[in-house]
Design a protein around this ligand. Sequence first.
Ligand code: FAD
Length: 392
Amino acid sequence: MNTTTDYFNIESYLTEEQILIKQSTRSWVNKYIKPHIESYYQNGTVPENWSNELASIGAYGLIIPMEYGGTEADYIAYGLMMQELERGDTTVRVMSSIQTSLVMYAIWKYGNDLQKEKYLPKLATGEYTSAFGLTEPNHGSNPAAMHSYFKPDKNDKDHIILNGSKLWIGNASHADIAIVWAKNDMGKIQGIIIETANTDNFTNAKIDAKWSFRTSNTGELIFSDSKIKKEQILAKSTSLPDAYECLNIGRYAVAWGSIGIAIDCYECALKYAVQREQFGNPIARYQLIQKKLAEMITEITKAQLLCHQLGKLMDKGEANYKQISMAKRNNVDMAHKIAKDARQILGGMGITSDYPVMRHILNLETLITYQGTHEMHLLITGKDITGISAFH
Ligand SMILES: Cc1cc2nc3c(=O)[nH]c(=O)nc-3n(C[C@H](O)[C@H](O)[C@H](O)COP(=O)(O)OP(=O)(O)OC[C@H]3O[C@@H](n4cnc5c(N)ncnc54)[C@H](O)[C@@H]3O)c2cc1C
């Protein structure tokens, strides 16, 4: 029996640091997440200690320079960490990813020195929890049409007035800071660092009734004539593509994380198939079961190779958003199919929380939609290869 999930020995091409980050994250997940996640998920609990624990393993700011509290690791190491976190649960990877890919990256890339020094070290240690607000109730796939806007405060030149609301925002209900994207008086979209505790006329709300991402807080950020210091505008952000650049890092994390889900489901299904007997044989003896398992490991292997090449391009600064888009969509789709086949192999047991598969399937329903829907990513590829946009 060959139980490897590294069928093409990709690990032989990894650096010592990449292997260390992968293995230490895996050990952490096995110790802190795996034994407890099913009951947390059933109860919809987000454990308070997760954030500090994640900070302690460097999961906040792995790709951010050390001078700001990051680890300055490469993108393949980052991907491997996302893969291992998501083997535990999507929402654990999401906590790391919001803070690193979306918020710390935004401040590092578009902030000035003061903003970087003020926020990045506190985000790296987990002293601050953060959120990224782009989506609005009426503007999801098309954020360019967003309504949120800010204008100079007529009575106070050092302040702006922000209006609008952001929906489906991870960590919305308890974030210390949020990067909120809104239009300025010229109609250009810029990011603003919101200190939630110091912002007037600001409210947040939590979405409790959800079947997916049950161990993640999702909610709304609402601004009604909120007075905010002008110096909170991300100094170097000038347009919507700046927000997309942060999302690219987030989508890269999803592409790797999906491999973690697929591996967890595959390992579970393989083990079950060789142990479970029906008609006097392990079900792994039957060709229909072997077909599913063989296709699973093949698809996992293809997704790993895709991500490793993408990681190399990221490290050289040569990856483009179309490649990231393809990897995100492909790998989420791959994990979704594998998770559903794994559930099928487990029969009735597949729907119970004795096994991780159903929980992964529920999380995948969000992964298909968030960070750009499956359809929008297909249309990005379609636009690239035909030269014709189907959505503008
Ligand atoms: C649990 C969760 C967490 C999230 N976290 C965050 C977060 O932290 N920050 C944040 O900013 N956002 C977040 N989101 C929002 C997410 O990015 C959006 O849900 C997503 O972009 C889709 O927007 P929508 O839900 O408004 O769907 P819509 O844009 O209304 O799309 C509905 C359907 O129509 C399809 N569609 C739309 N336009 C086209 C077209 N031109 N052609 C073909 N099909 C089309 C879509 O693919 C989809 O199937 C989160 C979402 C969820 C569910």
